[in-house]
Design a protein around this ligand. Structure first.
Ligand SMILES: NC(=O)c1ccc[n+]([C@@H]2O[C@H](COP(=O)([O-])OP(=O)(O)OC[C@H]3O[C@@H](n4cnc5c(N)ncnc54)[C@H](O)[C@@H]3O)[C@@H](O)[C@H]2O)c1
Ligand SMILES: N[C@@H](CCO)C(=O)O
Ligand code: NA
Length: 438
């Protein structure tokens, strides 16, 4: 659509699917900032309709716009579909239908994108529509657009960050109070941080979806949630938190996406989500409560850090509105934003072959030769030890070992074998580490 002469520009019509925590804030911002948004877009933004499960529960919204039927809105004359319902089916079918009809889509739905972004991108390409999803990862933080656009000329080697606010809140609270996981989760639920069903957050599914989206954009390859190694925080104990504190570290649930280059030069992508001990001086260590932060390394740019609110109605709506203004501008100018870039098609490196480092804390029998026996197990698995600390108590000694980098499967086998040694009384804590001690 172009604006010729003095003709008033045709409004850009928006079908809003879902009007809950995020959708409600999108409607508020669209209404409160209507004049400014129209000036930025070059045409007014107009709601064509709003789909909600129970229209009778929304007295605050204009009744003539409400429908319980998203499919009906997809069939309407809307130019853009903003999807804020969540989940995979039936949303996938609705959005595919919208894209095939040439309607641009803005969504915050990480679960859907992490499973079928390839299919959605192909549908967008087939009709020349836009597909934008900045709100799907790290809420308000501009992160996907910088990866997709600002860093398009660079070579990204690593994206690592805290992308789930619920688990970061729980781990921060465990670190400051010394309380256990179950107790802290209860407190987080009581305060309204954890959702009624916190499974997607605490078991790492939410972060794994975000890791898949980040790895796809950073490495120009299609990475789905099934490609991401996932461990949640339910297994993090107060012993782990204490063990981390004793070595000047803090436990965080990190999403880590890396470009791994093998000795013969072949490249692959490793994407994983698991608890990690990082030095207290690390940039990510100071990120507390429900905040998100993502650290990006690129060949020419060096190190970059993105920080801010990763969830919540208004912050997430900010990212949705940014995308909405962009796709609406593209409509006004009859243009299109960048397509999916998956040309590198890098293979996925299995977790077992991904280089990691471990921290292992053991209670062992306090007698001669124990350290040599433990060290022998590391040697057998070709795992090199970076540091050992030993402390004697009455009849036991505590042994703290930090390894050098080794394939994750070799480290796992080392821990399994050590835990079976007669001289090992208890494996107190085992966790991967990232970042060098200062
Ligand atoms: N809440 C956040 O902080 C946050 C942050 C980032 C991304 N997101 C994502 O944004 C999306 C929306 O999240 P939310 O927190 O606003 O959810 P919500 O549960 O508050 O709202 C969902 C809305 O969808 C509507 N809905 C559900 N099923 C429907 C159906 N079958 N037909 C019509 N309407 C239906 C509900 O009526 C409600 O209005 C999700 O994909 C979520 O993952 C949320
Ligand atoms: N449940 C998510 C919401 C934002 O995606 C979180 O805790 O970060
Ligand atoms: Na974002």
């Amino acid at each position: 659509m172009s604006t010729h002469g003095t003709e008033a520009p045709r409004p850009i019509r928006i079908a809003l699917l879902g009007c809950g925590t995020v959708g409600g804030e999108v409607v508020r911002l669209l209404t409160e900032q209507a004049g400014e948004l129209a000036a930025r877009v070059g045409a007014p933004l107009e709601l064509a309709g709003i789909a909600v499960r129970r229209p009778d529960k929304h007295p605050e919204l204009p009744p003539q716009l409400l429908t319980p039927d998203p499919a009906k809105l997809i069939e309407s004359d809307a130019d853009v579909v903003v999807e804020l319902i969540g989940g995979i089916e039936p949303v996938r079918d609705w959005l595919l239908a919208a894209l095939h009809k040439g309607k641009s889509v803005v969504t915050a739905n990480k679960a859907l994108l992490a499973e079928c972004s390839g299919e959605l991108s192909e549908a967008a390409d087939s009709s020349g529509a836009d597909l934008y999803f900045e709100a799907a990862v790290a809420g308000a933080i501009p992160l996907l657009r910088p990866l997709r656009e600002s860093l398009a000329g660079d070579r990204i080697t690593r994206v690592m960050g805290i992308v789930n606010g619920t688990t970061n809140y729980i781990l921060s609270a465990m670190d400051s109070t010394g309380a256990g996981y179950a107790e802290t989760l209860d407190e987080a639920s009581r305060l309204g941080y954890a959702e009624a069903d916190p499974t997607a957050d605490v078991d790492g599914y939410d972060a794994a979806s975000k890791a898949a989206i980040l790895a796809s954009l950073a490495f120009h390859s299609r990475v789905t949630v099934a490609d991401v190694h996932r461990e949640g925080i339910a297994g993090v104990s107060s012993s782990d938190i204490l063990a981390a504190q004793k070595i000047g570290r803090v436990v965080k649930l990190l999403a880590i996406c890396e470009r791994v280059t093998a000795e013969e030069g072949a490249e692959s992508v490793s994407a994983r989500v698991h608890p990690v001990m990082i030095p207290r001086a690390h940039q990510l260590a100071g990120v507390g409560g429900a905040f998100n932060a993502v650290y990006v390394e690129a060949d020419a740019a060096g190190e970059l850090m993105f920080y801010g609110q990763g969830a919540g109605g208004a912050p997430t709506a900010s990212a949705v509105l940014g995308d909405l203004v962009t796709v609406a501008r593209n409509r006004v100018l009859a243009g299109r934003g960048p397509r999916e870039s998956a040309h590198a098609a890098l293979p996925i490196r299995p977790m077992g072959q991904t280089p990691t480092r471990y921290h292992i804390s053991l209670d062992v029998a306090d007698r001669a030769g124990v350290l040599a026996q433990v060290a022998q197990v590391f040697a057998v698995h070709d795992v090199s030890i970076a540091a050992v600390r030993q402390r004697d108590r009455l009849s036991t000694a505590s042994l703290v070992i930090v390894t050098h980098s080794a394939p994750d499967s070799a480290l796992q086998s080392t821990v399994d074998e050590i835990s079976r040694l007669d001289v090992v009384r208890e494996v107190v804590s085992v966790m991967r580490v990232e970042g060098e001690d200062s």
